[in-house]
Design a binder for this molecule. Structure first.
Ligand code: UDX
Length: 458
């Protein structure tokens, strides 16, 4: 057992919502803390633990229960039911875990909780611990939810231009989708908006972003919360010089697929490939899938397309075989490795926050096709604020046609009008690296946290 005085200076428990887009950034943050001699315990649901194929070696793993040990979220009747049970049983099993660790002389000092599990903060306070909020979405999106939560932004929205301090003027199409479908999805709205419940109260508020990227919104949010950016949480081998020697880990291992992607990319010339992925959750309609499939062929470039197994049946008949001279279709890929590969020239993305930040930090041009939740807001920033990509324009039926896909791909990759986008991509890549490098804005925020943990107020 590690010894507090000799091996580590403080002990944090990380409590993620059990989906990949949330666990990955929290784990990467954990790795930075571990590097600064903070012991980390990762508390995951029993169901997730039992399905994990590999365990990161820089954290201690412990389990709690969401009340659905056999099937996780899929076994709950509704999102509401899942969250309610998770909050009751999760809080109880987390308390038991804290007690167990204390008895093992391995007490926790701070719980870093996912805002989907805001009861993590309540458990921290009941147990006399520090509670740190960790946002896995952008500051801009957190700021929008804060304005909804506090009633400063009233739903349903009536204006065609939405003005929120710290943000550029937004149109309805730029808002998180849940704001428009709140009547039919009240549980989703509640979960997303309630993320800010402990903003201003938590001992620390971390965001997977970097100050230079969202300066205006962070400065504006300072009126109600001191937001500390600690990102981009991109693994060390891609971005962070400080951690360059670290061994990488994977939560899921798809080694044969990873090797096949790498081999295929190695055979392509620099900047010749379109990489296409819609993350771990988004689903495309049948018509949209067909238009995308046509657009990729019509763009006359190589493409690497991640089509999850659950989406595969939507591909046009024999598409994979018929396009195999220019395209490779896989069910999953090591995205960071792909984005960091020289052969990739642009990324057709749904603009999930992790994908957006990964592309921006690795200097990859984006063609944004947002689907839902925060993705529209991220796409707005990619197109209008950071200008590292272009947002596709759907037709009146909400479908992005194949001709539009070709237009956007050509614009970012080939055309003169895309020059500024290409210059910006290089600029942001450099700034992201500086933020996590020694003395950079994110690194300084992490150092401040570590120093506060090591010198708690008496
Ligand atoms: C979800 C929401 O949909 C998103 O809007 C929110 O911002 C975060 O949570 P997800 O849709 O999975 O996430 O997208 P994203 O945030 O982009 O995260 C996907 C992660 O999976 C990325 O880290 C990406 O690198 C990884 N990934 C994805 C792979 O490693 N391989 C793949 O083939 C696809």
């Amino acid at each position: 057992m590690e010894n507090r005085k000799g091996d580590y200076n403080a002990h944090c428990l990380i409590l993620p919502y059990p989906i990949q887009g949330h666990i990955n950034p929290m784990l990467q943050f954990a790795k930075r803390l571990r590097h600064k001699r903070i012991k980390i315990t990762l508390a995951v649901t029993k169901f997730l633990f039992n399905t994990m194929q590999e365990f990161p070696d820089f954290v201690s793993m412990e389990t709690i229960s969401d009340g659905f040990d056999e099937g996780g979220r899929a076994h709950a009747g509704s999102l509401d039911e899942y969250l309610e049970r998770f909050s009751l049983i999760g809080a109880k099993t987390l308390m038991e875990l804290l007690e167990k660790l204390k008895n093992l002389d391995c007490a926790i000092d701070c719980i870093i909780f996912d805002p989907f599990l805001s009861w993590g903060f309540e458990v921290a306070k009941k147990s006399g611990l520090l509670g740190a909020l960790f946002f896995t979405q952008s500051c801009a999106v957190d700021n929008i939810y804060y304005h909804v939560y506090t009633g400063k932004l009233k739903l349903p929205l009536s204006d065609s231009e939405i003005v929120i301090p710290g943000l550029p003027p937004l149109e309805p199409k730029d808002m998180p989708s849940v704001i428009y479908i709140h009547e039919s999805h009240p549980a989703a709205l509640k979960m997303l908006v309630n993320q800010v419940k402990h903003l201003g109260e938590a001992d620390w508020t971390f965001v997977n972003s970097f100050y230079e990227l969202e300066q205006e919104v962070i400065d504006s949010m300072a009126k109600f919360s001191s937001v500390k950016t600690i990102g981009p949480t991109i693994p060390s081998m891609y971005i962070d010089k400080q951690l360059q020697d670290d061994k990488e880990y994977g939560l899921s291992v798809f080694k044969p697929i990873a090797d096949a992607c790498k081999k295929w990319l190695d055979e392509r010339t620099p900047h010749s490939v379109i990489y296409v992925s819609f993350g771990s959750l988004a689903e495309l309609g049948l018509e949209q899938m067909e238009e995308l499939a046509k657009g990729l062929i019509a763009s006359n470039k190589y493409f690497l397309w991640v089509v999850r197994a659950s989406e595969e049946s939507k591909l046009p008949k024999n598409y994979a075989e018929e396009s195999s001279e220019i395209g490779l279709i896989v069910s999953w890929c090591p995205q960071l490795e792909v984005l960091a590969h020289d052969a990739v020239g642009c990324f057709i993305t749904h603009c999930g926050w992790n994908s957006t930040l990964e592309a921006l930090s690795l200097g990859v041009l984006m063609v944004a096709m947002p689907c839902w939740t925060d993705q529209s807001t991220n796409a707005k920033f990619v197109n209008d604020v950071w200008k590292t990509g272009i947002r596709t324009r759907p037709d009146e039926n909400g479908i992005v046609r194949n001709t539009e896909i070709v237009r956007c791909v050509e614009l970012v990759m080939d055309r003169d009008e895309g020059k500024e986008i290409r210059r910006n991509a290089i600029k942001w890549k450099e700034m992201a690296r500086e933020a996590v490098d020694k003395g950079g804005s994110s690194d300084t925020n992490i150092d401040e946290f570590v120093s506060a943990l090591m010198n708690p107020p008496i």
